[in-house]
Design a protein. Structure first.
Length: 224
């Protein structure tokens, strides 16, 4: 797990905008002298990939608080959440310490291709006292399948800064979308904090551009 922080020289809002960028991981080679042939599993033509719809529900994403966009090269799609914040400490109701958002992403692409999630980057802001923890978790599966692999990371206090964390899914754990069928990608996301005694914990969104990002790496392969 890669763990990075950035300097924090501004006030952090106590509201949350969750900015999730789902990055399609492809392989390409750029050489000055030798040009390698294209990888046959690099991915479909970007002009043929689109987001048909996104449905969502949960305590961290009330109606009207999520928006999305697809990058022109079809190698990333972005979700923006603006009501996803967790807090724990004296006087804070227990329900505020844990939020979730379940999403169904209908990604359209040509037949003959399949994709999977391989990693996730978390970026945001956390203020966690000594003895307290903050956890982010995502699991995914395709419509009609059982709940699949999980990606999870836990931060331990003391910590008060922006952060960048990457979790990678093991090769043996990946699950590809079914070939020849149109199935939504279901994402179950959760953020929670735990604090003991007089300690406090907050996880919110305030990275370099004032937003927290989730970057889900996707890998394409041709159906055989």
């Amino acid at each position: 797990m890669d763990y990075k922080t950035k300097g924090n020289d501004r006030a952090h809002p106590w509201t949350l905008g969750l900015y999730a960028v789902f990055l399609l991981v492809t392989s390409s080679v750029h050489a000055g002298i030798i040009v390698m042939p294209d990888d046959p599993d690099e991915g479909p033509d970007p002009s043929t990939v689109s987001i048909k719809s996104i449905a969502y529900a949960g305590t961290g994403c009330p109606a009207g608080t999520v928006s999305e966009s697809l990058a022109p090269d079809a190698k990333a799609f972005t979700l923006l959440f603006d009501s996803y914040v967790v807090e724990a400490g004296p006087g804070v109701p227990l329900r505020e310490s844990r939020k979730n958002c379940q999403l169904a992403v209908d990604l359209r692409f040509p037949q003959g291709w399949s994709f999977t999630i391989v990693d996730v980057d978390y970026r945001g802001y956390a203020s966690i006292d000594r003895g307290a923890t903050g956890t982010q978790k995502t699991n995914y599966y395709f419509q009609g399948q059982r709940v699949g692999p999980s990606l999870q990371t836990t931060m331990r206090g003391p910590f008060d800064d922006d952060y960048h964390i990457r979790d990678k899914l093991g090769v043996d754990a990946v699950v590809y979308s079914p070939c020849g069928l149109s199935r939504a990608l279901n994402l179950n996301t959760q953020i929670r904090v735990q604090a003991r005694g007089s300690s406090q914990a907050l996880m919110t969104i305030d990275s370099i551009d004032g937003e927290l990002t989730h970057v889900y790496g996707l890998k394409w392969r041709r159906c055989r």
